[in-house]
Design a protein around this ligand. Structure first.
Ligand SMILES: Nc1nc2c(ncn2[C@@H]2O[C@H](COP(=O)(O)OP(=O)(O)OP(=O)(O)O)[C@@H](O)[C@H]2O)c(=O)[nH]1
Length: 361
């Protein structure tokens, strides 16, 4: 799926850079362009693509210091500048736009939903979010920002793929030290998903195309992305169990949003050498995904790659009813209450005190 990436805020910019690097390294060519947007000049310096510094008049290139309302305000004021940098980049071949942001800070959490809304108004292609949830030991400001942003971002984008920063943290590793590793894990998942619609080598029996990604995300709301890989035997017949077990691992232990398995729709992509991919294994794995997610809309396909390994990438669409998300929302609501902010009923933050997740879609 030919995609344009827009990284908003520090985390958004860094993750976008990782996505661009991964796509280049693998030679996929699915990422057709990238732009970085930030209120902090220093965070834009290392990005190897076009950048836009917004809100200079308000924060003088220093960032918004975790104030997501200010982040949203700045983006409202400068949307035109950001859209101007996209002119000529959203060519006929572009099939989707991803707005990438950390939801715990101010620039990304406030700015990304505003930008998604404006992009959806201007362009016909789907506008997706790729949002990062703060880890559970980050401070309450991060939790509240993410809680508020999550709901708005999911509403304004055509779907929001979530990454929980706790999902890829190894035991005992500090979160900050682990960011690069987390970004690599996310880039692999998202990079393979985007590239799956672009045939790279050979032609598999049932190759995935972009419309399957779009259809899996069609119900909107929150999505999760899982991945796992294992050594492949040369003969397809010997790999039936491998395909099933990597698929289970992708969903159960390799997901960007762990424990979010109750889904509206799913897409299973099996990547590997076409001669090593067993049809029977793919069918069984697909059945397993149907049972695990409770969804009857499970699509599947191959991604032919010359590799001695087999990988399963699983995109789950419409996972907002998951316990994991509920526990995050509880955490954000608690943080908000403990900050004793005196929100009124008209304040969007007040909606986060509600347990009613159906509001998301
Ligand atoms: N996965 C990942 N998360 C990150 C990274 N950098 C920061 N974060 C997370 O993103 C959140 C902070 O967002 P930032 O992107 O730093 O903030 P910002 O949007 O630039 O906003 P301000 O700094 O307030 O202007 C926190 O929850 C961090 O845990 C990164 O490189 N990778």
């Amino acid at each position: 799926m030919k995609t344009l990436l827009i990284g908003v805020g520090q985390a958004g910019g860094k993750l976008t850079r990782e996505l661009v690097d991964y796509d280049n390294r693998m030679g996929f060519g699915a990422v057709r362009g990238a732009v970085g947007v930030n209120t902090a000049a220093a965070d834009l310096r290392d990005l190897p693509f076009e950048t836009v510094l917004v809100g200079r008049d308000r924060v003088n290139g220093q960032g918004v210091g975790g104030d997501s309302e200010l982040g949203a305000d700045v983006m409202e004021t400068h949307t035109r500048e950001v859209l101007a940098t996209l002119e000529g980049r959203i060519t006929a071949g572009i099939e989707s736009i991803f707005v990438v942001a950390g939801l715990g800070g101010g620039t990304g959490s406030g700015g990304a939903p505003v930008l998604a809304r404006e992009l959806a108004r201007v362009y016909d292609v789907p506008v997706y979010g790729l949002g990062i949830l703060p880890g559970r030991d980050e401070g309450s400001m991060y939790q509240v920002n993410a809680g508020r942003s999550l709901k708005t971002f999911a509403r304004e984008a055509d779907a929001l793929v979530l990454v929980d920063n706790d999902a890829f943290r190894s035991v005992g590793e500090s979160l900050t030290g682990g960011f690069d590793a987390i970004n690599r894990e996310v880039a692999k998942r998202a990079g393979l998903l985007l590239a799956a619609g672009e045939t790279v080598e050979g032609v598999g029996e049932s190759v995935v195309d972009s419309s399957e990604i779009i259809n899996t995300l069609r119900s909107g709301g929150i999505a999760a992305l899982g991945y796992a890989a294992a050594e492949a035997a040369p003969e397809a017949g010997e790999n039936i169990n491998t395909v099933v077990s990597t698929t289970r691992q992708a969903v159960l232990t390799g997901s960007s949003l762990p424990d979010a398995t109750d889904a509206d729709a799913a897409l299973l992509i099996v990547a590997g050498d076409p001669d090593a991919v067993p049809r029977k294994g793919v069918e069984r794995a697909r059945k397993w995904v149907e049972e695990e997610t409770g969804s009857l809309q499970v699509r599947g396909g191959d991604f032919p790659l010359s590799s001695g390994r087999l990988a399963a990438v699983v995109l789950l669409g419409g996972v907002e009813r998951s316990e994991r998300l509920q526990s995050f929302i509880d955490r954000a609501s608690e943080a908000q209450q403990s900050e004793k902010s005196d929100e009124s009923a008209a304040d969007p933050a007040a909606e986060w005190a509600s347990d009613d997740l159906d509001d998301l879609v």
